[in-house]
Design a protein around this ligand. Sequence first.
Ligand code: FAD
Ligand code: DHB
Length: 395
Amino acid sequence: MKNIRTQVGIIGAGPAGLTLAHWLKQHGIASVILENRSREYVSSRVRAGLLEQNTVDIYKNLGLAERLLKEGQEHHGVYLNFDGKRIRIPFGELTEGRNITIYGQQEIVKDLTDAWYALGGELYFEAEATKIEGFEGISPSIHFMYQGEEGRLECDFVAACDGFHGIGRKTLPKDSFHEFSTTYPFSWLGILANVAPSTDELIYAYHENGFALHSLRSDKVSRLYIQVDNDDHIDNWSDERIWEELSIRLGTEGWTLNAGPIFEKSITPMRSFFTDNMQFGRLFLAGDAAHIVPPTGGKGLNLAVADVKHLVDGFVGYYHNNSMKMLDSYSEIALKRIWRAQDFSNFMTTLFHKQDVHGSFTYHLQKAKFDYIGISKAYATTIAENYVGLPFDKF
Ligand code: FAD
Ligand code: DHB
């Protein structure tokens, strides 16, 4: 049996867990991370790509943004298409110069993992947390399985950064929170392709065949998504069919989509989920462990990093000022931004996805919104400031 002792025991080496570990270390607070998957699996899991200004600033301040700043692409606007008509939302003039950066989540995970080991940090891959105990008192511990042996991580606090399927949320006492969830009647088929992006900025598109999104990863790699039915299967989508459908859905006059070899494709269901309490005693949830937003608008990873900011404030209050005040109000502070992101993600999802037959009442409401965004600086500003992320000093 392997016994370890630290100040903050972290479950999960996704963006939330890794960011928390680094940030705590900068404040002289020790932590150990347990991750049930292998290093290879975690660093090649293809997911997010859109980083808010806040998120980039955090990694810059932590000294973890060297590769992000070199290889990430800063975008100063976004294109919105509806029925083949295109408008552009310019961030700079609507948000006092705030922007987004495109950089793959797995690259962040790689950068943070490498930097953590370089600092001599403790992170155990293929170590599955099985049980969290004692969090109602002052000496919590996390039981885990590692290399076929049972171990125990003793700590002052547990940070469950273990994603939607982790054990953190399931461990919170049932009567300490309410759950809210919505499942959308569509999913995303996402691809990565070895082809130069056909656009300089992201394109979100409504089309009568369904939603499509053109994102990118580099000058040579494109990332694209299309709306498919929940019961659809990846085998129904040959590369030819994907490119043809993307070309139809993203099409505008005088624009063509470059097609190329697809090297990754997968289908992800879309849901909104969250709990109205993210803590109990000395157990705290952060990131997807506590909330899921539909991916339209790219808020999930950014919310995870925002949770971590508030959690760090709380731990610094405890270890450096001997005060539980910030930790006690962690959920309350974090939930304000989470609700905002739920609303924005739902707005972007319902605006651009096909929800009913083309020409229905719902369709006309979607179109009315789009037409209004095109002529109203106020409406465009609302979208721009939520998209690039609201500054922490204001929200
Ligand atoms: P995770 O990344 O899920 O990490 C949790 C970790 O905990 C995992 O590594 C897991 O293996 C580990 N774990 C689980 N259980 C245990 C256990 N018992 N013991 C030990 N370890 C455990 N977000 C954005 O901000 N921008 C985007 O552009 C964007 N696009 C997306 C596109 C898609 C297709 C998808 C699916 C998601 C997207 N997201 C986006 C969301 C984003 O990927 C997630 O919100 C983000 O991964 C949350 O990070 P996390 O650290 O909270 O959780
Ligand atoms: C990406 C994902 C999103 O959900 C989004 O809204 C924008 C970009 C991406 O993976 O690049």
